[in-house]
Write a protein that binds this ligand. Structure first.
Ligand SMILES: NC(=O)c1ccc[n+]([C@@H]2O[C@H](COP(=O)([O-])OP(=O)(O)OC[C@H]3O[C@@H](n4cnc5c(N)ncnc54)[C@H](OP(=O)(O)O)[C@@H]3O)[C@@H](O)[C@H]2O)c1
Length: 338
């Protein structure tokens, strides 16, 4: 990674003027911005440092106070955290107490039997590595990234508990757990006297599975929801309406969005949703975010961005968050017909 000459950053003085709502995360004291920024894509070694810096700065200027990482975000694994560590040094040190920074472990990270899944051995080694890469003393939220039925839940939750108790994280979370697994994890934490702050599931118009059980569990247990991928990786935007741009996710990173996913059937749905958005005076990306935020259980939507302008456009969604019954019915009808 080559670093460009440093241009000092002065955040927008108006960033807390109401442009960004802060929503309470379940039954906790922590408020999170309605939109959060994830560093899964576009923060590895293939994205210029200045582009990354522009995305982070634009986000904070819009009132986005939460950046989400994981141990293996890159490419290569660890690189997003390493780059974020450099961004911390350059821009964010003075604003550490205005930020909520999260990371995770649960997917494959390093070779051998201790760099994956849900063991205490893996999670405790991983948080130490993450803190070093990011130049941080602590993260605000540490997640177990995916359920691991091969490890006793007491062991995984015990590791999260100890990580919080040791001060390496302020809160604990889980990601990709189904309703039953969530109940068990929350109960286990409760038994140790700790509240599970947050769950991070996938949620968008194209994946509504959390509506069948998970939102109920989270509401009953007072666990906030950080809905990741609300734009379906870019499919729920105007990105692909005129073909596949070379600089788009489907254009350059087919591991996560195959060009074959951008087919006529998808585009027919996207065009209809785009018409509903246009009638509201919004872009499709903006409508997709407002739609996901309509659920009271959803604390925040966790977006990705490949450029600063996308962040600014997405944040403008919050200027019109009210969806009418007619609009909701029209969206349901489009989704049912696909
Ligand atoms: N817990 C988990 O297992 C898990 C899994 C996946 C993700 N996540 C988290 O969720 C975050 C977001 O995931 P995601 O990037 O897939 O989310 P997403 O918000 O659904 O998709 C982001 C992509 O949509 C496109 N986009 C964004 N705004 C746009 C706009 N206004 N107009 C046109 N295109 C726009 C960009 O694609 P282009 O690159 O094509 O411009 C961007 O990279 C990740 O960074 C990570 O923190 C968590």
């Amino acid at each position: 990674m080559s670093y460009q000459q440093y241009v000092p950053y002065t955040p927008d003085e108006g960033r807390y003027d109401g442009r960004m709502p802060y929503r309470r995360c379940g039954k906790s004291g922590l408020k999170l911005p309605a939109i959060s920024l994830g560093l899964w894509h576009n923060f590895g070694d293939i994205t210029p440092f200045g582009v990354q810096q522009g995305i982070l700065r634009a986000a904070f200027d819009c009132g986005i106070t939460h950046f989400d990482l994981a141990n293996n975000y890159g490419p290569p694994y660890g690189e997003a955290e390493r780059n974020f560590g450099e961004h911390m040094k350059r821009d964010w040190r003075p604003f550490r107490d205005e930020l909520v920074i999260s990371t995770k472990a649960g997917y494959d990270m390093w070779k051998g039997p201790y760099g994956n899944d849900g063991s205490r051995k893996y999670l405790i080694a991983s948080i130490d590595q993450s803190l070093k890469r990011m130049n941080l003393d602590y993260v605000d939220i540490f997640y177990h990234h995916r359920p691991d039925d091969g490890t006793p839940i007491e062991e995984t939750m015990g590791a999260l508990y100890d990580i919080v108790k040791s001060g390496k994280a302020l809160y604990a979370g889980i990601s990709n757990y189904n309703p039953e697994q969530t109940k068990r994890a929350v109960a286990c934490m409760k038994e140790m006297g700790m509240h599970m702050l947050i769950h991070q599931p996938n949620y968008s118009m194209f994946n509504r599975s959390i509506e069948h059980g998970l939102t109920d569990v989270c509401r009953e247990e007072g666990v906030g929801i950080m809905a990741f991928g609300p734009l379906a990786g870019g499919k729920l935007t105007g990105r692909y309406l005129n073909g596949i741009p070379a600089d788009s996710r489907a254009g350059h990173d087919p591991r996560f969005l195959r060009p074959s996913d951008i087919n006529e059937q998808l585009l027919a749905t996207v065009r209809k949703l785009d018409e509903i958005a246009e009638a509201r005076g919004q872009s499709l990306a903006q409508l997709a975010l407002v739609w996901a935020l309509r659920l009271p259980e959803v604390t925040s939507v966790l977006i990705g961005a490949s450029r600063a302008e996308q962040v600014r456009e997405n944040a403008k969604a919050l200027e019109n968050m009210k969806l009418t019954d007619e609009e909701l019915a029209a969206i349901d009808a489009v989704l049912a017909s696909r």
